[in-house]
Design a protein around this ligand. Structure first.
Ligand code: AVJ
Ligand code: FE
Length: 440
């Protein structure tokens, strides 16, 4: 890493750290202390836990590991260890009160700026290309998205505000054929890609067809209207058991208003907008809808080929639109808007094959369980990804309106239990190509 590049990287890291912290601050200053300490759902931590956990991870990885500095405080490591403290138990812990948590984050961040001034981006893997800093930026942004999901679950008057997303400017619908053949999945070169996105490897897929857009509220409402929730034949056996136990009848936060549907978005109720991607559905609901539609969910590899493969060059790109970082024109990211954008609102984000809104708007459930790519090695710690492999987790792709662009790429992988719907989860459908389609 040359001197000039090193300076540019230092600047980029400082900007990204500041952007993450501004978001954390916003999400935790719009509610009062009692609200920060409260658990809004057993699925979520009190916001003040996320807050101090963000600081603690930054201390562990940057201050102590990269910097080799004295601990800021080592009496709280256990409290903020996600593996030692299950979410439902977190409100009962002797957590740092909000003012103390904020002071802690400030002290840690000051030390990180010290460190950033002094660090050389050597070939030591943890610091090469600023990886550890990038990992911590993404960690904070991921918790910010989690805190945003907590905001969606809290009751009371609205405290978050944002302009509406853009209106559609192109007509998008139907399906796109992806021809059979190999493509490169994963990456070796994206400097801040996390361990589970690596290594790059070739995957050969038969021809398939994928929806040009995520499934919309209007489409999902048709499934409800045709009694999709009551017809066991559309549901997997695990899905049906879950649907009965939870009494699922519609996406989370929906309510019937006469003949129509309304939904609650960050404390405000409004009529459900038909052309917006559906959000807050669990994997089982997505799977049932797909079966009803005569389709299925895409595999993770199918999602990634549709998002990254460029038929003109045979190369896999970083994003559907190419290798450039996302801008406002490409995708609905960064909590810039507080809801998914209607289908057709991001023509500049289209993939070479004509698939829209793969990045941003809603996380998309895939049919794949979460596992390492062939040749996976845990880095820098097993607890980020590896301990979740081989479990019951399903992979989600593409990021949501609440995902920051630093934590979103064509290779980025999210995962959760199939019953989860408090995350900003939606989906699109796929199917095998028929012989008459694939030999044109
Ligand atoms: C990748 C979103 C599943 O929030 O559990 C945060 C990210 N890992 N802290 C999560 C994460 C450690 C993770 N997800
Ligand atoms: Fe974490």
């Amino acid at each position: 890493m040359g001197h000039v590049d090193g300076e540019r990287l230092r600047e980029r890291i400082a900007v990204e750290l500041a952007r993450a912290r501004a978001r954390t601050t916003l999400l935790t200053e719009v509610v009062d202390d009692a609200d920060l300490m409260r658990q809004h759902s057993p699925l979520m931590s009190p916001l003040v836990w996320d807050l101090a956990h963000v600081g603690n991870q930054e201390e562990l990885w940057l201050v102590r590991d990269v910097g080799g500095r004295e601990p800021v405080r080592c009496d709280i490591d256990e409290l903020y260890d996600a593996f030692k403290q299950p979410r439902r138990d977190r409100p009962a812990l002797p957590l740092l009160p909000p003012a103390e948590a904020r002071a802690y984050l400030g002290t840690v961040r000051d030390k990180v700026h010290d460190l950033l001034d002094a660090v050389t981006f050597t070939e030591r893997p943890l610091v090469a290309d600023g990886f550890a800093f990038g990992m911590i930026v993404q960690h904070e942004q991921q918790h910010d998205e989690t805190m945003l999901a907590t905001h969606q679950l809290r009751s009371g008057p609205a405290v978050l505000h944002a302009p509406p997303p853009p209106e559609p400017s192109v007509r998008v619908g139907g399906e796109v054929l992806v021809p059979a053949g190999e493509f490169t999945m994963g990456t070796d070169t994206d400097p801040w890609a996390l361990d589970n996105e690596r290594p790059a490897h070739r995957v050969d897929l038969p021809a398939y067809v994928i929806d040009a857009a995520p499934v919309t509220n209007g489409e999902f409402a048709a499934f409800i209207a045709e009694d999709g929730y009551r017809a066991q034949r559309w549901w997997s056996s695990a899905g049906w058991v879950h649907r009965l136990r939870e009494g699922l009848e519609a996406p989370m936060h929906w309510r019937r208003d006469g003949d129509e549907w309304s939904y609650q978005r960050f404390g405000r109720w409004s009529r459900v907008r038909a052309d917006e991607p559906v959000v807050h559905v669990c994997f089982y609901e997505a799977q049932a809808y797909a079966a009803w539609a005569g389709k299925r969910l895409p595999t993770e590899a199918e999602w990634e080929k549709a998002a990254r493969w460029d038929p003109a060059t045979g190369r896999s790109r970083r994003y559907p639109w190419g290798d450039d970082d996302p801008t406002e024109a490409h995708a609905n990211l960064d909590q810039r808007h507080l809801r998914p954008a209607p289908v057709g609102a991001y023509p500049a984000g289209v993939s070479p094959l004509g698939v829209h809104q793969l990045i941003g708007d809603v996380w998309e459930w895939t049919s794949s369980t979460f596992d390492g790519h062939p040749g996976f090695t845990a880095f820098p710690y097993r607890e980020y990804s590896e301990v979740f492999f081989g479990g019951d987790y399903r992979v989600l792709r593409g990021g949501s309106f609440g995902t920051d662009r630093s934590a979103c790429r064509g290779t980025f992988r999210n995962w959760d239990y199939p019953i989860r719907l408090q995350i900003f989860s939606g989906f699109r459908c796929a199917r095998d190509a028929r012989p008459d389609e694939s030999h044109r």
